[in-house]
Design a protein around this ligand. Structure first.
Ligand code: M6R
Length: 610
């Protein structure tokens, strides 16, 4: 999960590459580097952020027309200057940048060492560039042929760009299980891991398919398979606007994305509820209606925050569509020989649409005969393209590493899907129509909650030095508790755990003392009295309580240290409201602890490696 970008055209490549790397930095920020074709290959690489690379390069008087850049999330080899990409072959003939993992690198490395190759770095990537060099030097072949020969020996995932000193007027690009988008403009091409570095120059793109290569010169591009069969690419137009990729006056993308939720949820709903009948309309599922009607079981596969949305969907689908549901971590599902039966529908949930484990789970479920659907944000992403059908969440680009608006849009769409499948199966229970109707008022209610930002800053100031947090909720609010805990730990590095509130007395209650903040999600629903009892158990043991409650609650304010009110709506829809204060709480605590909110340590936005 690194970011790669390449440019070939008539402008100076360097500023385009740097700008592109900054947009891709969410994918990894351990080190960065560029290779420029300036008569010969010029290389700059630096541990740290793209800004560190820029400082290292300094001012550059000579424009170049061809180059490529990389921002790294380290897998093999610690983050340092040497392990930074691009990697160059021992002869200096080839430079290569890579997103993915070469799984058989050890065997290949040994083989190359036997042929006298020596290695500078600890990376798997260097093996690939040396292997290309090996075939090139041995075989009297072109650079393109050498790349093809090397790729046929590689096991693993890759999105690569290769430059060759002897054939300086081209970029060679290839992909397997790591995304590559090629932007096509007049007299220039921009290649990248996603469309964000491209959109400033063109909206016409080609998404490279698995097993394809692209040869780019200033005059033309050619797409072929790695086996050298020419392909007719599908030209597509992207809908992304440049402003969507900017912070828009906010200090961090995360805050901007939290604040955007009234709009992003409205986008997820747009055109999907018939205003006359109240019925759910999901165009992306029309072609699979029969299979959905016959569905015996639904299996959600996802990771991280998307898995939390899947867990919420279990409650929604079982309550409203009366279909049995299982929720699986994609990484576990794909490796444990799961039983897939006739009538099973697998639904992959992913913001990026590029998460390696989720993509692998999709492929496995397809091989085993399941209908596989996607609930995805990344338009044209690998998961969106690998699934049989699906529903885009239309949250817009999410750049902060901590997922916020994607979660609320996923839950919005999953609620609609529960209604849609219930409609098809005729299993809709009373209450679902009210829940669907209630969805339409959610954007306004979210906007109202966002007004409590100042209160959440106060609460954050009080607890910013805590070392542990517990998050407790029941029913629909158990997944929200998990999500609140994940948000806090990933951006503020405070240990936090989410639990079903009733489970507290089976162990976690031992942790409660005057230093333990406990966040209760305790709005009015059928388990309200029960959760008030749980809250009292914490108060009795001197735990510090922050409670998210329904507007007008008079009981919990008597018990809790801090209370944040949210408007009441249908209980099944409440998670879309209760998660908002938890996002703001973790955001403010992280800022107050001086943490890098948008780029937390060790993390990357898209986990495109196992
Ligand atoms: O792009 P995806 O939704 O597939 O990503 C899944 C997780 O990597 C992601 O949700 C991660 O847990 C976030 N950092 C959570 O904020």
């Amino acid at each position: 999960m690194c970011g790669i970008v390449g440019y070939i055209g008539y402008r100076d490549a360097y500023p385009i590459l740097i700008d592109g790397l900054k947009r891709l930095e969410y994918r990894g920020y351990d080190s960065a580097g560029v290779a420029l074709m300036n008569g010969q290959l010029e290389l700059f690489k630096k541990k740290g952020k793209v800004a560190d690379l820029e400082a290292h390069v300094g001012s550059r008087p000579h424009p170049v027309r061809i180059g490529m850049g990389h921002t790294r999330w380290a897998t093999h080899g610690e983050p340092n200057d040497i392990n930074a990409h691009p990697h160059v072959s021992a002869s200096g003939t080839f430079a290569l940048i890579h997103n993915g993992i070469i799984e058989n690198y050890a065997v290949l490395r040994q083989r190359l060492q036997n042929h006298g190759y020596s290695f500078q770095s600890d990376t798997d990537t260097e093996v690939l560039v040396q292997l290309i060099d090996f075939f090139y030097q041995e075989g009297q072949v072109t650079a393109e042929e050498a790349v093809r020969m090397a790729l046929s020996e590689v096991v693993g995932a890759y999105g690569i760009i290769v430059m060759c000193q002897d054939e300086p007027d081209q970029l060679i690009v290839a992909r397997k299980s790591s995304p590559i988008v090629i932007g096509l403009a007049e007299g220039e091409y921009i290649v990248a891991s996603d469309a964000t570095p491209i959109v400033a120059y063109t909206k016409d793109v080609i998404y490279l398919n698995d097993g394809e290569m692209a040869i780019l010169t200033t005059e033309e591009y050619t797409i072929k398979t790695i086996e050298n069969v020419i392909q007719q690419p599908l030209l597509q137009r992207i809908e992304l606007e440049l402003e969507e990729l900017e912070k828009g006056g906010y200090d961090h993308f995360m805050l901007k994305e939290i604040m955007e939720q009234p709009r992003s949820i409205a986008e997820s709903l747009r055109g999907r509820i018939n205003p006359e009948t109240g019925q759910v309309v999901l165009g992306g599922l029309v072609d699979v209606q029969e299979e959905l009607r016959a569905a015996n079981r639904i299996i959600f596969v996802a990771c991280g925050t998307s898995w939390h949305a899947g867990l919420l969907a279990e409650y929604l689908f079982e309550e409203f569509a009366r279909v049995p549901v299982e929720v699986e971590y994609a990484s576990e599902f794909r490796y444990r020989n799961p039983i897939i039966q006739k009538g099973d529908v697998v639904i992959a949930i992913s913001q990026s649409g590029e998460t390696a484990d989720t993509l692998a789970a999709v492929e496995m479920a397809k091989e085993r005969g399941a209908l596989v659907l996607g609930v995805v944000n990344g338009v044209g992403s690998s998961i969106a393209r690998a699934t049989h059908a699906g529903v885009y969440i239309h949250a817009g680009p999410e750049i902060g590493v901590a997922s916020t608006k994607a979660f609320t849009s996923q839950v919005t769409v999953l609620t609609l899907m529960a209604g849609y499948i219930g409609q098809l199966k005729g299993t809709l229970v009373p209450g679902m129509a009210e829940a669907i109707a209630a969805l339409q008022a959610v954007p306004d209610k979210v906007a109202q909650i966002l007004d409590s930002n100042a209160l959440l800053m106060d609460v954050s100031a009080r607890f910013k030095s805590a070392t542990n947090f517990l998050y407790l909720g029941r029913g629909y609010h158990f997944p929200v508790a998990l999500e609140g805990a994940l948000k806090l730990k990933e951006i503020s590095y405070i240990h936090a755990e989410g639990y079903p509130a009733a489970e507290m007395k089976h162990g976690p209650i031992a942790l409660i003392d005057e230093n333990m903040p406990v966040v209760f999600i305790a709005t009015r629903d059928e388990s309200y009295e029960k959760i008030v009892s749980n809250l009292q158990e914490v108060v009795t043991r001197e735990g510090r309580v922050i409670a998210i409650v329904s507007e007008g609650d008079t009981t919990i304010p008597e018990l809790a240290d801090y209370v944040i009110e949210v408007p009441q709506t249908h209980p099944a829809i409440m998670p879309l409201l209760t998660v908002i204060p938890l996002q703001l709480l973790s955001y403010h605590i992280a800022v107050m602890r001086d943490c890098n909110v948008d780029q937390p340590r060790n993390l990357a936005k898209s986990v495109t490696v196992e």
